[in-house]
Design a protein around this ligand. Structure first.
Ligand SMILES: [Fe+2]
Length: 403
């Protein structure tokens, strides 16, 4: 039986056992190429500058995997900054390579544009291909995107089937743009049912192989990715925020923000600090809220609530970008916090942020690709021919520009 399974797997490179590559942790001189292949498999990566590849239709360099693993995470080093690379992964046990894909390394300075979205997960009544697909396809068509921040909840629970769906639906987008993932509460959800304890968020860790709190730089701007779901504070399989978790992150976060050389700083975490349904901020996240204002971050991004919301808190923009596919959450009632500026429900969309460090500005635009009639339904969304911008704000990266 085992033997026959192996043969099937080896002869079906296009099966869902194999997940086409995705790129994480790009820097000015490196990138990590990830894919899922056969169990304890290996593989090779051919790559070249895209300009070289387009001229010669061949690659400059080949590297082999070093470890036998189902999920591979291979670092390409020695790259040039602000340069597009084309690569091709050939996984072991398959009929041939995955199709060519590309990514761009970080610039050392100058303007750049990134995208933020969150909560692409399925609903009860529909799959990711019925909602998130429209968001992913629109992002794929966006030119000049340097990277994508994803706010978590990649799918409904921690299972092979649902994570395969995420990577299939996101495939075109992942073929072009590097991603920086954040963990959400659904990464811990148990496919055996919500009364069971949280999982270890295996598919998140297997897929991305990154710390739950991390930071990276781009053109002198720092991006800080923070963990909010605490499995020690779970309701069934659903981990919530906790004060203990936020306090444990405080010294690390302070160290990141306490840097005079930064031209700006953005933070992202799954659970929001400010949300429409509470007049006050989430008290569990107070340690980081204090630091955001003490160091005047450029802006904060969150997901978890499945709609678009924007706040201005002490002059800092806070965005909820949880409208990438999860079942929608109505903005009704009158308990919104004082800093609430704008929000919209029953849309599918993403936030596009253009950053210009030399001018000390960032411009964030919320683009929607479709509307839906009901929060959770199989009905085909009303997909626009081209995305529509529903919100736009320009804000300073630093409150006082650095001399
Ligand atoms: Fe969530």
């Amino acid at each position: 039986m085992l033997l026959s399974l192996c043969i099937v797997s080896a002869s079906t490179g296009a099966s869902t056992d194999y997940w086409s590559p995705w790129v994480t942790m790009t820097s000015t001189d490196s990138a990590i190429i990830n894919w899922r292949g056969e169990e304890n498999g290996s593989g090779s990566i051919d790559y070249a500058k895209t300009s070289y590849f387009d001229a010669h239709h061949s690659y400059e360099t080949t590297i082999e995997t070093k470890e036998a693993a189902t999920y591979q995470h291979v670092r390409l080093g020695g790259l040039d900054p602000n340069t597009s690379y084309t690569y091709r992964v050939t996984p072991s046990g398959s009929d041939g390579p995955f199709a060519n894909r590309s990514f761009r390394t970080m610039p050392e300075s100058g303007p750049f544009t990134f995208i933020v979205f969150s909560d692409p997960q399925k609903g009860s009544e529909y799959e990711e291909k019925q909602r998130f697909k429209y968001v992913a396809d629109a992002i794929e068509k966006e030119p000049e995107i340097l990277f994508i921040l994803i706010g978590g909840d990649y799918n409904g629970h921690d299972s092979d089937g649902l994570w395969s769906q995420f990577f299939q639906v996101a495939d075109g987008m992942l073929a072009k743009d590097a991603i920086f993932p954040t963990i959400g509460n659904h990464e811990y959800h148990n496919s055996s049912g919500g009364d069971n304890p949280p999982t270890k968020a295996d598919h998140f860790h297997w897929s991305f192989d990154i710390p739950l709190n991390y930071s990276f730089d781009c053109s002198g701007i720092q991006f800080i990715v923070l963990n909010t779901p605490d499995p020690n504070n779970a309701n069934g399989d659903d981990p919530h925020t906790s004060l203990a978790l936020a306090e444990s992150q405080e010294p690390w976060l302070r160290e990141r923000l306490d840097d005079d050389t930064l031209l700006g700083s953005f933070t992202i975490h799954h659970h929001p600090i400010w949300d429409y349904y509470n007049a006050t901020s989430n008290p569990d996240l107070e340690p980081r809220e204090s630091l955001y204002h003490a160091y005047n971050i450029s802006a904060n991004f969150a997901g978890h609530t499945h709609n678009y919301q924007r706040y201005s808190i002490g002059g800092i923009p806070y965005f909820i970008v949880g409208n990438a596919g999860g079942r929608c959450a109505d903005l009704t009632g009158d308990s919104a916090p004082a800093g609430y500026i704008f929000g919209m429900n029953k849309t599918l969309g993403y936030l596009k942020v253009a950053v210009d460090p030399a001018k000390n500005t960032a411009t964030a635009e919320e683009w929607i690709v479709a509307t839906v009639k009901e929060d959770d339904s199989k009905e085909k969304p009303n997909v626009f021919e081209t995305p529509k911008m529903i919100d736009r704000i320009t804000f300073p990266l630093r409150k006082q520009s650095k001399e």
